[in-house]
Design a protein around this ligand. Structure first.
Ligand code: 3H9
Length: 656
């Protein structure tokens, strides 16, 4: 804390006639009431003190400002309001420079935009992620950013909510410079350079004009991804308004829109998702358990799943040892992993040096003994019980006693796999979703005998991979596939009852799913599920209603997109409704004596959502899922449930 106390969270000190204001409001320096009033008090002080030539504003800790306080969103706003504080900064008579030490997000980024200069540490980042919360920036972001960086860059940032690294921010002119070392001293030097001169007030700048075609092209990219969400559409409208409206009018329109969206269901849903993600990492009884140190990760099986897991681990900085059954398999595995890294280079997500450095941390061999030094071994071999138990028995003999063994099984019983080893307490499930290097979700399966330290280590590992780790108990298919099975069953029942597959898909897409269920089936291929159904046929309750349509499709050789036909037909690769499928559905209904009744999109979604929520409730009552919001996160991140609807439990009013 500095010598000057402006509020509980804002302090200051004077160095070389510059007032350095520090915001210290852990955990992320959100602009809560005490920060807003503290900033006002600091401005009062600087205005009154002739000796002060200007102000530097910085944040304590690793974040500059994480934005407005999201916890305050449900309450009436209290003065001083953020837009008023920022307007005062912009209009201030002495230079105000932001010394951005870390993430400047939402209201944090908007503060920097209102300043007369911006200096960033190289670790700083800038973003207006409000659309991810179902709102638009509400403290000048939509009006100041396009004036500073132009329409296209502003729309891209505000419409997607993507954060920029300091170097990117410099590239588009969002900041003046990156500080070499002493950030505050560098920002103070900028204050000195500005003092006495004409100040660059962002609101007074005129955005560079661009053609209507360029505006439309940039806007189209945002609209294409909006999927029924209001916030990106409104963000685009406001940034467009910044190009034509006077600054004050634009600010007023932004404020109106912000307040309207803040109270919307979409924003409530996305806030739920935000806090659900923060809650997901916390397991009450494990809070004091320290994770083991993981440096070297073994991945057994380097097929589609294993290679994705290996790339994730390499990206997170781990040493990775891949194991295959033969030399040839190992060479292929290495090639597959290198291929995924190549793709990352081609798409600009990785540079060539990063690729080389990752490959130096990778070995793929054909000898299980290479896992002697591994701290964690993840198996990603064929999902067959005998194959997996056999492997785990072998691993038991090879790995260190403190090494952790994780299974990536989707449907097998991990407790039974653990029992096959001498140390079931060190076995845990890490259920990745494919492609594992892209998909964010990992179900961390707490098996009957898993030791707390092992579970915490697995969670910490998944988080270090940048994944969203959800703890789950043992059940067939875990949280995601259990809920998926329930609504898949409901969808097929509806096909028999009167809805056609494409009508169900259309209802889901209109609700916000990127793709309907039957289109997803076709994309994944129908034969694996068919084989499973055949295996389970003997165990099926003969009195339970069973829909045979999927079996009929497979019997007719319709295995999905790959085979050119499935629930749809694919002439020229394009998905089209197939009259043959409609005829087959009608035949099945007639055979069962079902009188079809057409279903509206609303009825379809009501039934699907109810099936999901009911299964979710069962998972909670069985103790498989810890909290309703975890189920929401699984469905959003693994199954395309639209985040702006909050997940099936939120939509059903079960998760607050
Ligand atoms: C906005 O700014 C609107 C304005 O345009 C207009 C206003 C008029 N508020 O993520 P972490 C909590 S909208 C309240 O694990 P990290 C979080 O819940 C805002 N709380 O840390 C957690 O609490 P707990 C736009 C917040 O280091 C703790 O901080 N801004 C807020 O991995 C640690 O969080 C955003 O959308 C907040 N704004 O990442 C940015 N932010 O310990 C949202 C965090 O009790 N925040 N918390 O569970 C983030 O993206 C990350 O938190 C950040 C730090 C990158 C900052």
């Amino acid at each position: 804390m500095g010598d000057l106390h402006f509020s509980d969270t804002v302090s200051g000190n004077i160095a070389d006639r510059v007032l350095v204001v520090t915001i210290d409001n852990p955990p992320v320096n959100a602009t809560s009431l005490s920060v807003r009033s503290g900033l006002m008090a600091a401005l009062d002080y600087a205005a009154a003190e002739d000796a002060v030539r200007g102000i530097v504003i910085t944040g304590a800790g690793k974040t500059f400002i994480g934005g407005a306080d999201i916890k305050e969103f449900g309450k009436p706003p209290e003065a001083p309001l953020l837009p008023d504080v920022y307007l005062r900064i912009e209009q201030f008579g002495k230079p105000v420079v932001a010394a951005v030490n870390g993430a400047a997000l939402g209201g944090g980024c908007e503060l920097t935009l209102a300043c007369h200069g911006r200096v960033a540490a190289s670790a700083a980042s800038f973003g207006l992620p409000e659309v991810k919360l179902g709102i638009v920036p509400g403290a000048g972001g939509t009006q100041r950013l396009p004036r500073l960086v132009g329409f296209v860059a502003a729309v891209e940032m505000i419409g997607t909510g993507r954060s920029l690294k300091a170097s990117e921010a410099l590239g588009i002119g969002l900041i003046d410079r990156i500080a070499a070392e002493a950030l505050v001293a560098d920002a103070s030097a900028l204050v000195d350079a500005m003092a006495g001169g004409e100040l660059r007030r962002t609101g007074a700048l005129v955005a560079k004009t661009i053609s209507d075609a360029d505006i439309d092209a940039a806007g189209a990219k945002i609209l294409a991804k909006a999927r029924g969400q209001a916030a990106p559409v409104e963000a685009l409208r406001l940034v467009k308004a910044a190009m034509t409206l006077p600054f004050a009018d634009g600010l007023a329109e932004e404020r109106r829109t912000f307040l309207r969206l803040r109270d919307s269901q979409e924003a409530a849903a996305l806030r739920h998702v935000f806090f659900a993600e923060r809650a997901a990492g916390k397991v009450e009884r494990l809070e004091k358990v320290t994770p083991r140190d993981i440096r070297c990760v073994g991945v057994v099986g380097t097929g589609l799943m294993g290679s994705g897991i290996a790339v994730s681990a390499l990206n997170a900085g781990y040493q990775v040892i891949g194991v295959e059954q033969s030399e040839e398999g190992a060479a292929k595995g290495h090639e597959r992993i290198a291929g995924l890294l190549d793709k990352a280079v081609q798409t600009g997500r990785l540079d060539a040096a990063g690729r080389e450095e990752r490959l130096r941390r990778l070995t793929v061999v054909s000898d299980l003994n290479a896992l002697r030094d591994a701290d964690l071994v993840i198996e990603a071999v064929f999902d067959d019980f005998d194959v997996k138990t056999d492997l785990f028995r072998h691993l038991d003999d090879v790995v260190r006693t403190d090494a952790i063994l994780a299974t990536n099984t989707s449907y097998l019983d991990p407790d039974a796999i653990a029992t096959a080893t001498c140390h079931p307490e060190r076995v845990v499930g890490l259920h990745f979703f494919s492609p594992a290097n892209i998909m964010r979700l990992v179900e961390v399966v707490n098996c009957a005998r898993t030791e707390s330290e092992v579970l915490v280590t697995a969670m910490t590992f998944a988080k270090r991979l940048g994944k969203l780790a959800i703890v789950c108990g043992v059940t067939e298919g875990f949280i995601g596939n259990r809920v998926f099975s329930a609504y898949r069953r409901e969808a097929e029942l509806m096909v028999e009852d009167g809805a056609l597959p494409h009508e169900i898909d259309q209802a889901m897409e209109a609700y916000g799913f990127p793709m309907g269920l039957f289109a997803v089936y076709d994309m994944a291929g129908l034969e694996i599920a068919w084989a499973r159904r055949k295996r389970q046929a003997a165990k099926r309750d003969p009195n339970a209603r069973y829909v045979d349509i999927a079996d009929r499709l497979c019997e007719a050789g319709r295995f999905g997109q790959k085979s050119g036909r499935g629930w749809y037909a694919y002439p020229d690769g394009k998905r089209t409704v197939d009259p043959d499928v409609t005829a087959l559905v009608v035949t099945e209904r007639t055979r069962k004596g079902i009188k079809p009744r057409s279903l509206t999109a609303d009825e379809i979604m009501t039934r699907l959502l109810r099936a999901m929520a009911d299964e979710g409730q069962t998972l909670l009552s069985e103790g498989i899922a810890i909290r309703a919001s975890d189920i929401d996160l699984v469905m959003i991140n693994g199954y395309g449930f639209p985040a702006h609807k909050g997940g099936p439990m939120f939509a059903a009013g079960i998760a607050a």
